[in-house]
Write a protein that binds this ligand. Structure first.
Ligand code: URA
Length: 434
């Protein structure tokens, strides 16, 4: 088999065979095929696409290029949840303990944030003592005790994806649905869960900006999941504005704790979390979705989910006493405010711009090696659709390392639009694909 022939075949728009796909993935992962040849192939895939069978083989080959987690000891109710990335997206911290408190097993690999979107591992590391690097034995043992453990995805999870993604990034081939699907799904297959719920974000703060492209991505990921013998669903959710009130690591943990303490029974964060965790519970326990919704709401109201959350955090070394005083936990050295300049409505809050502002305060990384200020971030006191009066605080900017908030404040202010007209309500959940 020759890589030249595979490139030419795809250039003419023909479907590749399983052997050809495994040949190029394994050959590239092993360093036996040159970057320039894989670049040409990626471009041919980008232009001519791949059908679902090709994409399923590509996904499987990328997953098997590294470690595959064996969760067989947990039976069939293992469940993973994946978000395509958003601003203020702390849902994993909430839905994982909800699902675990209802008897599902959430043994989850997560990532760090980069750019304007946050990562679950960074949020968890804002809790003093919390360990995100666990060996396999401890990772499994913690899940056996409380139904839940979360660990940073190591270098050997889908290493072929890491190499291919780095090449896509510099060859203008990131935006290809089969390449995105195989990249995301290979990591989910390597994670080993039988049931998978995807949160596909759409809008200004999302990777996919339009509903049409998000729907296409969601449909293809669900198709590939099913071809890979998984129970899977995808929820398409709004990421035009930040999710919830807080953006920034410790701030988001505090918001998640507050929700788990049953302090909210409405709002975008609560509704997305109920939807996602109900999907997780329905798939893994094989029960109707209406029944799962009732169980999920009860897990929050009864405090069962919060108890599970605290056990999990303690088992991973986190100091849960910090949750006794959330104000101290989120304490920041420098705090400044954006105030309304007149009486008006807030008509939009651009999620990615708020994410960039939070990053400028130290909450995120512009490049992989940057360090993070866990106390940094933005608290939105007012949301889209709210009426504000002149002088009302709209947002609070917080940090402990960056002392001058001027640039972040201007960026954040630029993210917010105002009007005398009340904006119409936007959908939060566009669709669920099963
Ligand atoms: N996220 C991934 O993990 N891979 C992609 O290709 C795009 C987004």
């Amino acid at each position: 088999m020759r890589i030249y022939d595979i490139i030419e075949k795809k250039r003419f728009g023909n479907a590749l065979t399983e052997e050809e796909i495994r040949f190029f993935v394994n050959g590239y992962a092993a360093g036996e095929i040159y970057d320039y040849q894989i670049s040409a192939l990626l471009m041919a895939i980008c232009i001519n696409g791949m059908n679902d069978s090709e994409t399923a083989v590509l996904t499987d080959a990328m997953a098997k290029s590294g470690d595959m987690l064996d969760l067989s000891r947990f039976g069939a109710n293992t469940v993973d949840k994946h978000s395509t990335g958003g601003v203020g997206d702390k849902t994993t911290l909430i839905v994982a303990p909800i699902a675990a408190s209802l008897g599902c097993n959430v043994v989850k690999l997560s990532g760090r944030g980069l750019g304007h979107t946050g990562g679950t591992i960074d949020k968890l590391e804002s809790i003093p003592g919390f360990r995100t690097e666990l060996d396999n034995a401890e990772f499994m043992a913690i899940a056996e005790k409380c139904g839940l453990s979360v660990c940073g995805a190591g270098a050997n999870i889908a290493p072929a994806d890491k190499k291919l993604y780095a090449l896509r990034d510099v060859t203008a081939t990131v935006e290809s649905i089969p390449l995105i699907v195989s990249s995301i799904m290979s990591k989910k297959l390597a994670g080993g869960a039988k049931n998978i719920v995807l949160d596909v974000k759409t809008g200004s703060g999302a990777f996919m900006k339009t509903l049409e492209s998000s729907r296409e991505l969601a449909n293809r990921m669900v198709a590939i999941g099913k071809l890979s013998n998984k129970n899977i669903s995808a929820v398409i959710t709004n990421m035009d504005k930040p999710l919830g009130y807080c953006v920034g690591n410790a701030l988001e943990v505090a918001e998640a704790v507050s929700l788990l303490r049953n302090n909210q029974s409405d709002g975008d964060l609560y509704n997305i979390c109920v939807t996602l965790s109900s999907e997780m519970v329905s798939l893994s326990k094989n029960i109707p979705i209406d029944e799962a919704v009732l169980l999920v709401k009860d897990a929050i109201e009864s405090g069962k989910a919060y108890e599970c959350f605290k056990s999990w955090i303690s088992l991973q070394g986190g100091d849960v006493s910090v949750f006794d005083d959330l104000d101290s936990f989120v304490n920041a050295k420098y705090i400044s405010c954006i105030k309304a300049e007149k009486d008006c409505y807030i008509t939009s809050v651009n999620a990615s711009e708020v994410g960039v502002s939070a990053m400028m305060l130290g909450a995120g990384r512009a490049s992989k090696l940057d360090s993070i200020d866990y106390s940094a971030g933005i608290v939105l006191h007012r949301r889209v659709g709210d009426r504000v009066k002149k002088g009302d605080i709209i947002a609070e900017l917080r940090s402990s390392s960056v002392s001058d908030h001027t640039a972040a404040k201007n960026r954040c202010l630029g993210a917010i639009t105002f009007s005398q007209e009340k904006p119409s309500d936007e959908l939060l959940i566009y669709d669920i694909i099963r």
